[in-house]
Each structure stands twice: as C-alpha cells, then as structure tokens.
Design a protein around this ligand. Structure first.
Ligand code: DAH
Length: 344
C-alpha cells in the first residue's frame, strides 16, 4: 500500500509539474484529492490493515496529501500572479494620453439676464413670488379684469391676446402683471415682490417682436410709498444693470392699472442717441413700464387705498438683454443656433 501511495504521489507531482493554468490545477486536485479522488480510494482500505500499519501508512498518506496541497497552492499562486500581471498589462491606462473633450453647455443668455435682473432686484429688497402665483395659462380675471382693464377696454386688443378653448376666459397671459393680483389677494402689505416669466402675444414675428417673450414684474405696496420711491428703485436698478454712464429718462405714459404711469427709456445702444433704425430715429429705447398702483386695483383686492399706496413695474427681459449685448434681432434668442448661444 505504501508503494501504491508513493506511485500516486509521484503521478500527482508530475501532473502538477505539467499544469499550465489554474484550470489544470483544479483538475489535478479533483483527480487526486477530492472525495472521489485516488487518495480517498486508498484511505478506504486502511481499515483492513494492522494497527501498526494503519498508523504508518495513515501518517504517510496524510503527509503526502499535505505536500500535494502545498505544491498545488504554490503553483496556484504562481499562475494567479502571472495571470494577474498579464491582465494588468493589458488593461494598463496610459495617463499621458490627452483626455477626452466633453463639450459643456452654457446658461441661455435670457436665463442669465433674468438671473442677473432678479439678483439686482433682490439686493434692493424684493423677493420672487411663488410659481403658483405666476401661471402662464391665466384667466382674464387676473390678466385683465382685476388690473382695471374692463372687457370693452382697447388694451385687451392692444396686447394681441391669445385666447384658448380650454374654458371661457382662459388666456395665455399677455403680461406678468396678473401676478400682482395673485399676491395681493393672498397677502397683506407690506408687499415687495418680483415675478419673472414668459408672456404671449399674437404678433407678427420680426426682428423686434416675437409671439412670446419674457417679463419681470415688480410690486411694492406699503404705507407712504411714493413716486419718488419708484424712481429711486428703478434708477438704482438701471445704474447697476447698465452702469452709471448710460442716460435714462422717465416719460409720462398710460397703463390702466397704474396712475400716474411712466415708461422708462435708455439711450439707444446702437447709435448712442443719434437716432437709427433700432430706435426708429428717436435715440431712445423703451425698457419698462411703471407707475403708482391704481386705487381701483388696490380696492379690488381689499387693500384700502387711503391707507396704503404702491408702485409697480414691468420690464422686458429680451429688450434688456438686447440692449446690454447689442443684439439686433429678438429671434436669435429662440433659434438655438449654437454659434449665437456660445457667445454668452
Ligand atoms: N404689463 C405692462 C405691459 O406688458 C408693463 C407694465 C407697465 C407693468 C406698468 C407694470 C406697470 O407693472 O406698472 O406692457
């Protein structure tokens, strides 16, 4: 039996020596050391031996098994290391290769302009209204009625409103001024809010007009608010947005929801005030409408005009962006031509 063991041992050793992979080693292990392997077959016969032989043969069998395990493990480690090295070599990363260029998007110029205007007005004490107080699909009640624009008022036509078939009196808002009503119906003075957003008008599209554009509405209602406060806030806004060197003027105007009303112009950026196509020869460009909140509007929302006064303003975001960056066609904002967009 000893001789049998020695024979299997040397067979196993030569099988290990012939192995060229971890797979081969697994096969060797199965052949000799598994439950059905050759050693186990022999061990089964141990019971037929004398006690003396059991001990010596058993000890030999154990030693051989141990040696084989060690030999297998040593070979296994060797193969593992070689296979790992080969894999690492294959997957090696060349850190000196130039990286892959990932193009980065940019903030749209209108978003950037809106953010800038909003942050200037925030620095002057205004906060942005909740989204639900500034819906784009609006009722005539908010877009017109409560802003002192009765149904037969020509202003409804002036603004070329888009009416919808969703329900009677539902429109795409033609101005952000409706946000004033939403806020005043919900909140008592002091109120100092702004509301940026998109508005829609049924216009013929050209270099100066699109059928949707963006406005930022402002409203300040409290005790003792005067036209002087309005001028102070707007002049400060314009000074920060355009820089101190750009002349501005307040011009008397009319809006149904403000009394008195004004329009604010800045000197034409294209011609520096000499008069050109962009400013229709006047040297000035209108950037916003404003005024003292009409007492009728305050009354409508249950604010006593004898106690409170307020001012409101609405500015066009495209207009302000075009003036600052000398853009001469409003349609450029919406064509999404990367060559235009990436300049900002
Ligand atoms: N809603 C006006 C428009 O779209 C702009 C405007 C004028 C807003 C005067 C105001 C305001 O808040 O006081 O033409």
């Amino acid at each position: 039996m000893k001789a049998q063991l020695e024979k299997i041992y040397s067979d196993a050793q030569s099988d290990i020596a012939k192995s060229t992979s971890i797979n081969d080693l697994d096969e060797v292990r199965a052949k000799y050391l598994s439950r059905k392997g050759e050693f186990n077959e022999i061990k089964k016969n141990l019971k037929n031996l004398s006690d003396e032989d059991k001990r010596t043969v058993g000890a030999l069998a154990n030693e051989i098994t141990k040696n084989l395990e060690l030999a297998l493990k040593a070979k296994h480690d060797e193969f593992y290391q070689t296979e790992l090295n080969a894999k690492l070599q294959k997957e090696r990363i060349d850190i000196s290769l130039p990286g892959q260029f990932t193009p980065r998007g940019k903030v749209h110029p209108l978003t950037a302009t809106t953010n800038e205007i909003v942050s200037i007005l925030q620095s002057l004490g205004f906060s942005v209204v909740k989204n639900e107080n500034s819906p784009e699909v609006e009722t005539e009640y908010f877009n017109f009625d409560m802003l002192n624009i009765p149904s037969d008022h020509p202003a409804r036509d002036v603004q070329d409103t888009f009416f919808t078939k969703l329900a009677p009196n539902v429109v795409l808002r033609s101005q952000t001024s409706g946000a004033q009503i939403h806020v005043m119906e919900e909140q008592k003075p002091p109120i100092r809010v702004i509301s940026p957003g998109r508005v829609y008008r049924n216009e013929n599209i050209n270099a100066r007009k699109n059928n949707f554009f963006h406005q930022i509405e402002g409203l300040y209602v409290d005790k003792n608010i005067t036209f002087g406060d309005l001028k102070g806030v707007l002049n400060e806004f314009i000074r920060i947005y355009f820089g101190a060197s750009r002349p501005t003027r307040f011009r008397s105007s009319f809006f149904p929801f403000t009394e008195p009303s004004a329009e604010v112009d800045v000197q034409c950026i294209m011609c520096g005030g000499k008069g050109c196509k962009t400013c229709s020869g006047t040297g000035w460009l209108e950037i916003l409408g404003a005024g003292m909140v009409d007492p009728n509007v305050l009354k409508g929302v249950g604010i006593d005009p004898e106690v409170y006064t307020g001012f409101a303003f609405g500015m066009g975001v495209e207009r302000l962006a075009m003036l600052k960056y000398a853009i001469d066609d409003i349609r450029l904002f919406f064509n999404n031509d990367v060559r235009f967009l990436k300049q900002f």
